[in-house]
Structures are given as C-alpha cells and as structure tokens.
Design a protein around this ligand. Structure first.
Ligand code: 13P
Length: 253
C-alpha cells in the first residue's frame, strides 16, 4: 500500500509571520490526530519562511518542503539556494519542475533532471511535477508531453534513487483555475505515468512510487480524486493557504 502524501505548495504567498501563523495552526490541528499518522503531510513555504516554519513543525507530523533548489553546491548563482542550505534548515522534500517554473521562468527538462539527481544525492526527496497545457490536451498529446517530461527527469537515475521519488501530475489548465481534472481524467494520466515508470524500470518499482494530483484540489473534490487507484495524494496550492481547507483534504486522504 502506498502511503498517501498531501503537500501544500504555498507558492509566493505569505510573509514570514503569516507563514508561521499558518504552520502553527496546522500543527495544532493535526496534533494527536490518528489520521495524521496515516498520511504524509508536507508544507512548502517560501525560502525566507523555511527556517521559522521548520522550528514550528519540528517534532510534529508535518514535514517541510521547499519550492525549488539549484543543482550546484554554492557560488555565483544570484537568486538561487542550494541543497545544503535547505538541509541545514530541516527541509525533507523539494518541489521540482513546477509548471510555473517551466512556463514563467524557463525551467527546462534538463535542469529538472540535474536537480532531481542532486536532490536525491543529498538525501532529500524530490516531488517531480509534470503536466500538459490545455492546448496540448486539446491536441491529444497529453501522454506525449508528460512522457517526455518524465523520461527526462528519470534519465540516468538508478532504481534505488527512482524508488525514493514522488511525482505530481499537475495539468496546467487546472492550476489556480478552479477547474480540476475529473476523477477519470486524473486516473487515466496517473495510470499512464505508472505504466511508463514500469517501462523505464520495472512494474514493482512503478507500483511503489507515489503520484500526487495537483490542480484546484479542494476538500470537495479530494476524496473522489484520491479514490482513484493510481492517485496517491495531492499537491495543493490555493487550498493549502487556509487551515480548514487543507485539513479537509488531509482528512479525505
Ligand atoms: P492550485 O491548487 O491553486 O490549483 O495549485 C496547484 C499547484 O500548482 C500546486 O503545486
């Protein structure tokens, strides 16, 4: 059985104080709750809030994630942070290849590959994001697009390393639009992703990898999406910024 994983991607939202408040409320809400042990819970604040939030979630079921990282160790890379820096503040997960990074900031498949390898080499867990645009879906090339993104991210990765990864399927047209993929649309792509992992590695490995759905997931649609056989959790944007909504999704998992 794959343990479900619910991760909140706070994106460029909340000051350090606001992040601390949200994390404090979330920790208080899940503390001592049996369901909090049966689901992996992750929050991914902005870089500047990581240190504060780390102190708040420490010792709780809530784990810390970052929204990106650079693949180099240190040096003249203005605006970037390294895996060492993330590890030093207690980060466990790192989101890679988010569609906003890909479409707004020029993130490439090659970079995602390098970052995935680096993150795994440093003992962190990558959440590798893949997904098609509306034009690509309408053009009937969803599997082609997702396949290219996936093959690139896993290129050269050992089986042992691949087994540690988490994938997030985030159809770009569903992100922040209020229009989520239907249960069937999500399941179809998740199933395709698992089949592809089976081709790249083998079926047992593919069966073990968790694939989150992301894109307008909320308490009202979370249970239906996660009832699908290949949907192992969610990567949540908007609904992760409010404790009640995020909790609703955690409970649905
Ligand atoms: P929304 O939940 O706001 O649609 O964002 C999804 C997402 O991009 C999570 O990474």
């Amino acid at each position: 059985m794959r343990k479900k994983i619910i991760a909140g991607n706070w994106k460029m939202n909340k000051t350090v104080d606001e992040s601390a408040k949200l994390a404090t409320d979330l920790v208080a809400a899940v503390k001592g709750q049996p369901y909090a042990e049966s689901v992996d819970i992750v929050v991914c604040p902005t870089y500047v809030a990581l240190d504060r939030v780390a102190g708040i979630v420490k010792g709780s079921p809530v784990k810390l994630g970052a929204q990106d990282v650079h693949f180099e160790n240190q040096g003249a890379f203005t605006g970037k942070v390294s895996t060492d820096m993330l590890k030093a503040v207690g980060v466990t997960y790192v989101i890679l290849g988010h569609s906003e990074q890909r479409t707004l900031f020029g993130e490439t498949d090659e970079n995602v590959r390098k970052k995935t390898a680096k993150v795994l080499a440093e003992g962190l867990i990558p959440i590798i994001c893949v997904g098609e645009t509306l034009a690509e879906r309408d053009g009937g090339i969803t599997e082609k697009v997702v396949g290219i993104q996936l093959r690139a991210a896993y290129q050269g990765l050992s089986k042992d390393d691949a087994a540690k990864t988490v994938i997030a399927y985030e159809p770009v047209w569903a992100i922040g639009t209020g229009r989520n993929a239907t249960d069937e649309q999500a399941q179809a792509v998740h199933k395709f992703i698992r089949r592809l992992l089976g081709e790249i590695y083998d079926a047992p490995l593919a069966q073990g990898i968790r694939i989150q759905y992301g894109g307008s997931m909320k308490p009202e649609n979370a249970a239906g999406l996660m009832a699908q056989g290949d949907v192992d959790g969610g990567l949540i944007g908007g609904a992760s910024l409010k404790v009640d909504a995020f909790l609703g999704i955690i409970k649905a998992a």
